[in-house]
Design a protein around this ligand. Structure first.
Ligand SMILES: NC(=O)c1ccc[n+]([C@@H]2O[C@H](COP(=O)([O-])OP(=O)(O)OC[C@H]3O[C@@H](n4cnc5c(N)ncnc54)[C@H](OP(=O)(O)O)[C@@H]3O)[C@@H](O)[C@H]2O)c1
Length: 166
C-alpha cells in the first residue's frame, strides 16, 4: 500500500478536511509540505471530498498589510520568508483547485485557553506582535467548516472580541 493509498483510505467517507500541515522549522523550505498539499488536493478531488479548511499564516503577501510594521517589514519578509513562500505555494494549489476551500490566516499562535477572536478578510492586527490562541483558531476552523461564509475566501484571525467582518 502506498502513502497515497493510505491517504485515500483516510479520506474516503469524509465530508471535509482540516489541514494544519506545517514546517517543523521556519529556517528552510520544505518541498514535502507543498507536495503533500498537492497530493491531498488531488485525492480530495478524486474522491469527491469537497470542503477543505487550510491553516496558513497572516504574513503571506496577500494579507501582510494588515500586520504591524514589524510583521510587515521584518517578521514576514525576512525572518519567516521561507515559511511564507511554502504557504504561498500551498495556497496557490488550493485556489487553483476545484475544492470549496477556506484559507485561515493567523499571526503568532499561543497556547492556553480560548480568549475570543476577530475574523475577516479585511481586519487589521492590534499590537506590534499580534497573537491568537490555538484554541481560538481551532474553534474558528471548526465553525468555518460547516458555514458558507468563507468558502473561497482567506480570512485573518486575531485575538479580540468575537465578531465576524467579511
Ligand atoms: N506556530 C505559530 O505561531 C504559527 C503562526 C501562524 C501560522 N502557523 C502555521 O500553522 C501551521 C501549524 O503550525 P504549528 O506551529 O502548529 O506547527 P506544528 O505543531 O509543528 O504542526 C505541524 C504539523 O505538520 C506535520 N508535518 C510537518 N512536516 C510533515 C511531513 N513532512 N510529513 C507529514 N507531516 C508533517 C507535523 O507532524 P508531526 O507532529 O508528526 O511532526 C504536525 O502535525 C503551520 O503551517 C504554521 O506555518 C503557525
Amino acid at each position: 500500500m502506498t502513502e497515497v493509498d493510505r491517504l485515500e483510505e483516510a479520506l474516503s467517507g469524509s465530508d471535509a478536511v482540516l489541514c494544519a500541515l506545517g514546517a517543523a522549522t521556519p529556517l528552510r523550505r520544505d518541498p514535502a509540505l507543498v507536495e503533500g498539499v498537492g497530493v491531498l488536493v488531488s485525492a480530495m478531488e478524486r474522491l469527491g471530498v469537497q470542503r477543505l479548511v487550510y491553516l496558513s499564516f497572516a504574513g503571506v503577501h496577500a494579507s501582510r498589510a494588515h500586520l504591524s510594521w514589524l510583521g510587515r517589514w521584518v517578521i514576514a519578509p525576512v525572518l519567516l520568508r521561507k515559511v511564507v513562500a511554502d504557504h504561498e505555494a500551498k495556497e496557490k494549489l488550493l485556489i487553483e483547485s476545484g475544492l470549496d476551500w477556506t484559507i485561515v490566516r493567523p499571526p503568532r499562535l499561543s497556547n492556553g485557553p480560548a480568549r475570543g477572536y476577530r475574523s475577516g478578510e479585511d481586519i487589521t492586527a492590534a499590537g506590534v506582535v499580534p497573537q491568537v490562541t490555538r484554541a481560538d483558531v481551532a474553534a474558528f476552523m471548526l465553525d468555518t467548516l460547516t458555514s458558507d461564509t468563507y468558502v473561497h475566501a482567506a480570512p485573518s484571525i486575531f485575538t479580540g472580541h468575537r465578531q465576524r467582518v467579511v
